[in-house]
Design a protein around this ligand. Structure first.
Ligand code: FUB
Length: 333
């Protein structure tokens, strides 16, 4: 390379913001991380419907050093994992008349011709603490309406819990026999069966807390193995949440701890897994806090959703995942 061109290239790399954002560089490629750039988003929850993948997220609107400010859930979709179509807000937390605030982690599942949306919210003063809401829609993009008119799970239903925000972050899975299960929690992790009507718990709530469980459980099944992937925090060695997982031969356990799946999300205390199989490939959705919009930088309450390919070993264990900027645009992904 000629000296003048080399000097020009070095000068370009030295300019703030240019190193990774030149035309064709990873930051500009459709599908590179973070995948949503015009809004701060968190707690990704994918749902595959035919040849389209829908991604439900919480909308982070924290100002300055506010911790969280989340009023609504948004949905995006893709057919190629590279270009994302926004479908707008699907619900505001105040659409649940009994809820006060906090549009926290959610998951949508399809069953019996309807889309069922489960989400963590703060209950009003009639049931202090966090609660789990359920809404329903005829389409994956809404409109969703409160399906029950009251909380599906309240803090009083898990009396052994150590704090009032333990009932958050629902994840739902329909088993091979057609029964749908819900798992959730913070510090304690619980699982219960749902009645066929999808808006009532059927039978006991069982605690299944795996090692270093913090929050954000995600249930999925592959082959004969069930996976419980979650945000973990080893309080003796880690400052920020990582992702760990456990596996079991059935939703009733026993669960075997499999260790770490990923490290922490860059600049973010929280991290949250969402797993989907789409067009023959497996994906792990996460969030970090690397996005800046205007003069607002990433922060604990201004996160950004990412996606990486997920690979399995022959014994069903998942290969460790590293959060990258190139994400699914990296060669061979
Ligand atoms: O986004 C609010 C809360 O932070 C979620 O419910 C947790 O999973 C963590 O990401």
């Amino acid at each position: 390379m000629a000296l003048s061109r080399m000097i020009a290239s070095l000068l370009l790399l030295a300019l703030p913001g240019t190193a990774m954002s030149g035309a064709g560089a990873p930051a500009d490629r459709p599908g590179s991380n973070p995948i949503i750039r015009d809004k701060f988003t968190a707690d990704p929850a994918p749902l595959v419907v035919g040849d389209r993948l829908y991604l439900y997220v919480g909308h982070d609107e924290a100002q300055r050093d506010e911790m969280f400010n989340m009023k609504e859930w948004l949905v995006y979709s893709t057919t190629d994992m590279k270009t994302w179509t926004p479908h707008g807000p699907i619900m505001n937390v105040r659409d649940f008349k009994w809820a006060k605030q906090d549009a926290w982690a959610s998951q949508t599942i399809y069953k019996n011709g309807k889309y069922w949306f489960y989400a963590a919210v703060e209950h009003d003063k009639t049931h202090p603490g966090k609660a789990i809401a359920v809404a329903v829609s005829d389409t994956p993009t809404g409109p969703f309406v409160d399906a029950k008119g009251s909380a599906l799970i309240t803090n009083e239903m898990t009396p052994k819990g150590t704090h009032s925000w333990e009932d958050i972050d629902p994840t739902v899975l329909t088993d091979d026999d057609g029964t749908t299960w819900i798992a959730w929690g913070n510090r304690q992790c619980y699982i219960a069966k749902l009645k066929p009507n999808m808006i009532e718990i059927d039978g006991p709530i069982t605690e299944i807390t795996p090692p270093h469980f913090e929050e954000g459980p995600w249930l999925h099944k592959r082959g004969n193995l069930y996976y419980l992937t979650y945000a973990s925090l080893d309080r003796t060695t880690q400052r920020d949440e990582h992702i760990s997982y456990a596996t079991a031969p059935s939703l009733k356990g026993p669960w075997t701890y499999r260790g770490l799946l990923t490290g922490s999300g860059k600049y973010s205390f929280t991290i949250h897994p969402g797993i989907a199989e789409f067009k023959g490939k497996s994906y792990l959705f996460l969030h970090n806090a690397t996005l800046a919009i205007g003069d607002q930088s990433g922060a604990i309450g201004r996160r950004a959703v990412t996606v990486e390919r997920l690979y399995y070993n022959a014994d069903g264990t998942m290969k460790p995942v590293v959060q990258t900027q190139a994400g699914v645009t990296a060669p061979g992904r």
